[in-house]
Design a protein around this ligand. Structure first.
Ligand code: COA
Ligand code: AMP
Length: 627
């Protein structure tokens, strides 16, 4: 453990020296005056006084260094049959024009812009264009329904929304524009302009007073230069699910983020200029922000933007085809994608048709890499299969094996060791540190390293309450886990009401709010239960209002539609059962943990505090009858 331990120890003992060294890897327009300090809210902040531009780091810098003809972005879209390469110069030209177009619409540094786009190059172009003029982007995942988009419009109060006429899911064309129109109509905050990319698969109807045609707008705009922004200025807001229905706007700053991206691209992913990097995620998630757009471009790599699926676009060999065709060196994806591939091609026969000798490392994250999927991958591939653990809030991995420093032994089920900068502890309910093998809350001692969230957009109190009130001085990750005798970390799942469905983070509390909105429901509990393919799926237990006599199948159908149209189809809400009562403690808390264990077939003990011990058996019977 030479290089890894060296970095880890230096980041612990001399964080300012360590991160000053990493900050030298990026170009500052003005050097920071301090490496680590605290802002007016008392939050730890990095690189005070430094000025930079994240878009310039991602594009201009490489063009100026003579790499303008190198490939920056490869758009590979089995959904539309298109493969398109953009050089750094070409990408810069488009980004600078779109930035100019935004400025023409009155967008200034600090203004917010919402991006609601499918996986098309314009998504990356839009993000970089905002960064270029110091505007703060907030990308909303295309799978979200109109009310979720409306909630983000109201919270971020954007001047402009950038969107498209449609997205494509397998062979289905999903019209985005009606969702956009609906969201704008629902939102209290009124948006002056929306710019819509018309895609040939579905032409959107435009509203003359508000909507602009993207390509015409871009063509009519003049390119603008990158402006200096403060290291602490926000680069983006990315909303993520918490325990309540109201999404949290995780803020990412420019300076710490750029340094973290540069460091992790080399130290974790072992990638630099000219390498091809592919994160098969979506720009709507943090992985898409960090490692489809910013990280690879800051590092001078060619990044692959894939508008397709692991299967059925056209088959379960899609990933192997993309790796071989574009000579991908590092591949990053969620385990759920491999579970989908394995289901269709259990012996990986389609792999034989492709030469993927270019691949050096496979990284997975987004959910726990279950040992069966790890072993399947390790058997079919001859490269390290690296699980790494992170969250929207941190923006980069908290625990990882770091082949860019040194490849450490891999243990199935573990994302290895904390990445330099993260001081990880496992605490019990009383805040006492637990020893090897003892499971507890996984927390990170303050200060967190550069690039991690400094606040929640517009609600610093929520930031303090959510993350720092449970164990003062420690950031609460919301995950439970333990360390083994070698210090390897094992993340066992959330300790709050967040669930992970096919690598997508969702709040059961939010689903409960939607389900409880149905006229027949008196009370409900939504819990995440195991699913062989998606990892977890939501399941609702419903208590009907007195006197309601409804057909259970019909009610289920209505609730499914409600969750799809209020939250989005990707919630995979399909299971709901009517029960007589919910198990609660005498103080009224629903025993969700017991319900989950019971449904997953895990051992559970009915606590003495339960108000009626027989209720769990009754629920089991009701579910068996409803199956
Ligand atoms: N826009 C619109 N709808 C979307 C969507 C999007 N961007 N993403 C998903 N949906 C819809 C799907 O079309 C599907 O709709 P349906 O119920 O009408 O069929 C529904 O949401 C469920 O989607 P999903 O759970 O994603 O299942 P899937 O069968 O469409 O795809 C996988 C399965 C494994 C391919 C997909 O879940 C996946 O790639 N997951 C990885 C997620 C990820 O990258 N996370 C980031 C962490 S690294
Ligand atoms: P998100 O913020 O959407 O990236 O989701 C973060 C959550 O996903 C984490 O808090 C974990 O619960 C889960 N997660 C992400 N990566 C991993 C991993 N490698 N192992 C276990 N859980 C993970």
């Amino acid at each position: 453990m030479g290089r890894y331990l060296d970095h880890y120890r230096r980041a612990q003992s001399d964080p300012e020296g360590f991160w000053a060294e990493q900050a030298a890897a990026i170009e500052w327009m003005e050097e920071p005056q301090a490496v680590l300090s605290q802002d007016d809210n008392g939050a730890w902040r990095w690189f005070a006084g430094g000025k930079l531009n994240t878009c310039a780091l991602a594009l201009d810098r490489h063009v100026q260094a003579g790499r303008g003809d190198a490939t920056a972005l490869i758009y590979d879209s089995p959904a539309t049959g298109v493969v398109e390469h953009f050089t750094y110069s070409q990408l810069l030209e488009r980004v600078a024009r779109v930035a100019g177009g935004l400025a023409d619409l009155g967008v200034e540094a600090g203004d917010r812009v919402i991006i609601y786009l499918p996986m098309v190059p314009e998504a990356a172009i839009a993000m970089l264009a905002c960064a270029r003029i110091g505007a703060v982007h907030s990308v909303v995942f295309g799978g979200f329904a109109a009310p979720e988009l409306a909630a983000r419009i109201d919270d971020a109060t954007p001047k402009v929304i950038l969107s498209a006429s449609c997205g494509i899911e397998f062979a289905n064309v999903i019209a985005y524009k009606p969702l956009l129109d609906d969201a704008i109509a629902q939102a209290r905050h009124k948006v002056a302009h929306s710019v819509v990319l018309q895609r040939p698969q579905c032409e959107a109807e435009m509203l003359a007073s508000r909507d602009l045609d993207w390509l015409e707008w871009e063509a009519a705009s003049a390119p603008v230069a990158a402006c200096p922004v403060d290291a602490w200025d926000p680069l983006y807001i990315l909303y993520t699910s918490g325990t309540t229905g109201k999404p949290k706007g995780v803020v990412r700053d420019n300076g710490g983020h750029a340094v973290a991206m540069a460091y992790t691209m080399s130290a974790i992913y072992d990638c630099g200029a000219g390498d091809v990097y592919w994160a098969a995620s979506d720009v709507g998630w943090v992985v898409g922000h960090s490692y489809i757009v910013y990280g690879p471009l800051i590092a001078g790599c060619a990044t692959v933007l894939y508008e397709g699926k692991p299967v059925r676009t056209p088959d379960a060999g899609a990933f192997w085809r993309v790796i071989a065709q574009h000579e991908v060196k590092t591949f990053f994806v969620a385990p759920t994608a491999f579970r989908a591939i394995r289901k269709e091609d259990p012996n990986a026969e389609l792999l034989a048709g492709y030469d993927i000798s270019c691949l050096q490392n496979l990284f997975v994250a987004g959910e726990r890499l279950d040992p069966p999927t790890f072993h399947w991958l390790s058997n079919i591939l001859s490269v390290p299969v690296i699980d790494h653990w992170w969250q929207t809030e941190t923006g980069w991995s908290i625990c990882a094996n770091m082949p860019g420093l040194e490849a450490l032994p891999i243990k199935a089920g573990s994302p290895t060791l904390p990445v330099p900068g993260f001081d990880l502890r496992i605490l019990d309910d009383d805040g006492c540190e637990l020893g090897p093998g003892e499971e507890g809350a996984v927390v990170l001692k303050e200060p967190l390293p550069p690039g991690t969230l400094p606040t929640v957009w517009g609600d610093h109190e929520r930031y303090r309450d959510t993350y720092f009130s449970r164990y003062p001085g420690y950031y609460l990750t919301g995950d439970g886990g333990y360390r083994d005798d070698d210090g390897y970390v094992y993340i066992m799942g959330r300790i709050d009401d967040v669930i992970n469905v096919a690598g997508h983070r969702l709040s059961t509390g939010q689903m409960e709010e939607v389900v409880a909105g149905h006229a027949a429901i008196a009370e409900c509990a939504v819990i995440g239960v195991s699913d062989a393919e998606k990892g977890q799926v939501p399941l609702a237990l419903l208590v009907l209002k007195d006197g309601v006599n409804t057909d259970e199948d019909q009610l289920r159908g209505e609730l499914v539609t409600l969750v799809r149209t209020q939250i989005g189809p990707f919630a995979n809400f399909k299971r709901a059962y009517v029960v007589a009562r919910l198990p609660k403690t005498r103080s009224g808390k629903i025993l969700r943990g017991i319900l989950r264990k019971m449904i997953d077939g895990e051992p559970y003990t009915v606590p003495s505090t339960i108000d009626d011990p027989l209720i769990v058996d009754e629920i089991r019977d009701a579910m068996a009858a409803g199956q």
